[in-house]
Ligand binder design. Structure first.
Ligand code: FES
Length: 126
């Protein structure tokens, strides 16, 4: 049970793949994904520990705290991405789900799937 002294915030989630909107109330000391599930809102997830990026969203407004989001590069955090499974709200928030594998592609797409690799270096195809 949450202490009544802990402030909570309203989190509005646009689940883009289903084109549905959900509003949940999340205390500052609770993860957004877990709180949403407790309020009957099912969102994408896989690992639940900040590693896989399945639960990534774009933050449209507001602030959150995600110290355990190890699956997200500092650059993507600065661009406004967050992992809901390990995010705490710091204010009212508005977020939207990513396109499928959007964050994964942005982080790793430039390293994988770009031709043959030998000894860690790309091979010039010419
Ligand atoms: S569910 Fe894997 S990072 Fe959130």
């Amino acid at each position: 049970m949450t202490s009544p002294q802990v402030p909570s915030h309203q989190v509005r989630i646009h689940y883009r793949q289903q084109d549905t909107f959900h509003t949940v109330q999340v205390p500052e000391d609770r993860y957004i994904l877990h709180s949403a599930e407790n309020q009957g809102v099912e969102l994408p997830f896989a690992c639940r520990n900040g590693a896989c990026t399945t639960c990534a969203v774009r933050v449209k407004s507001g602030e959150l705290y995600q110290p355990e989001a190890m699956g997200l590069s500092p650059e993507l955090r600065q661009q406004g991405y967050a992992l809901l499974c390990v995010s705490y709200p710091c204010s009212d928030l508005e977020v939207e789900t990513q396109d499928e594998d959007e964050v994964y592609e942005q982080q790793f797409g430039r390293y994988f799937g770009k031709g043959k690799v030998r000894f860690g270096l790309p091979i010039d195809e010419d």
